[in-house]
Design a protein around this ligand. Sequence first.
Ligand SMILES: [Zn+2]
Length: 70
Amino acid sequence: MAVPKKKISSSRRGKRRSHHALKDNKVIECPNCGAEKMPHHICPSCGYYNNKSIIKLGKKDNKEDKKEQT
Ligand SMILES: [Zn+2]
């Protein structure tokens, strides 16, 4: 079994771990409804992505979905 030849010093270990911190989740405003949403994700409050209705949420979007199907 491979075994480390030398003990990693606390300085060297700390330098390696300096990149391990978690970053904040990025949040952007939905261009359609203005709600906070994750980038590159469908808006959870209106169901829009790339200015198109992807999933129908609520009763308002039902008419638009029927037009897209036909
Ligand atoms: Zn939205």
